[in-house]
Ligand binder design. Structure first.
Ligand SMILES: [Zn+2]
Length: 276
């Protein structure tokens, strides 16, 4: 059987690292006054947070001072309590009730809460946190370390992956946010919180991801113009035929295409589609 890599520690830029367990990636930034960590990824494997803690110890004696939630979904958010001896917990305002309701002692409710751009300052380093604002209930954030020229936008910016299921927010707001990443945010590396098929991307990948939403929208319009019913199997076939040459090799194209179509139509109709 082929050798499979289950875990790794990578460096995205000086003092900016990633820890991967299978397909989940946590990011940490080392300063002279402590470490800023994003996510603990402890749902699939409850030992992952301890692995991350030890990986941090392998490159610095500094403690984690800020534990940042990229969003509330439990595959990424679970397990930050292993840093409770030194860390404060930071998250979007909309993460608070979801994390509190889960009542999981391994996953502390954030005590530094924001819904506007906020900046963590540690050891002379400034790390900016921007709400993604993809819908009124959205709790995703964009993390930006200007010093290392690294950004992190979990789930929404996975290179060569089609968007998750019925889209993670309003498609127009996602496109605006991706355009903003391209135009307004200085970075060389963008980290997605996932690793398949790659752990990080560039502005080129952001432009490609944004292009997918535009091309999906155009293909839906083309199918409608041909008289095809919204979200029907025939629409999936028509849209799939249009998108396949460009996106057929992207991860989960066949699995998620019908859901992407249904999601785009539902969000635009003012509905919040179920994720499943
Ligand atoms: Zn994810």
């Amino acid at each position: 059987m082929a050798t499979e890599s289950l875990a790794e520690l990578v460096r995205f830029a000086p003092d900016v690292y990633g820890v991967r367990w299978v397909n989940h990636v946590a990011l940490f930034i080392v300063t002279d006054a402590g470490v800023i960590l994003v996510d603990a990824n402890g749902q699939l494997n409850p030992r992952t947070p301890a692995l991350i803690k030890e990986a941090i110890r392998s490159v610095t004696p500094q403690p984690v001072k800020y534990f940042v939630y990229s969003h509330s979904a439990f595959d990424h958010s679970t397990g930050g309590a292993v840093f409770a001896d030194t860390a404060r917990y930071v998250g979007h305002k909309n993460t608070v009730e979801r994390i509190r309701a889960a009542n999981d002692p391994t996953t502390p409710v954030p005590d530094l809460v924001f819904d506007q751009k906020t900046t963590l300052e540690l050891g002379g380093r400034r790390v900016d946190l921007y709400p993604a604002d993809l819908s009124s209930t959205d709790d995703y954030i964009v993390v930006h370390d200007a010093t290392g020229r690294v950004a992190m936008f979990v789930d929404l910016m996975q290179p060569r992956n089609v968007p998750f299921r019925t889209l993670l927010g309003h498609p127009e707001r996602i496109v605006e946010r991706l355009q903003w990443l391209e135009d307004k945010l200085d970075f060389d590396v963008i980290v997605s919180g996932h690793a398949t098929p790659q752990m990080s991307g560039t502005k080129h990948d952001v432009a490609e991801q944004r292009g997918y939403y535009r091309d999906l929208s155009d293909a839906i319009a083309t199918a409608r113009a041909a008289g095809v019913a919204d979200s029907s199997p025939e629409m999936t076939t028509r849209v799939g035929a249009i998108l396949h040459p460009k996106y057929g090799a992207w991860r989960r194209f066949d699995e998620f295409l019908a859901l992407n179509i249904r999601g785009m139509i539902a969000w635009r109709a003012g509905q919040t589609p179920s994720a499943h």
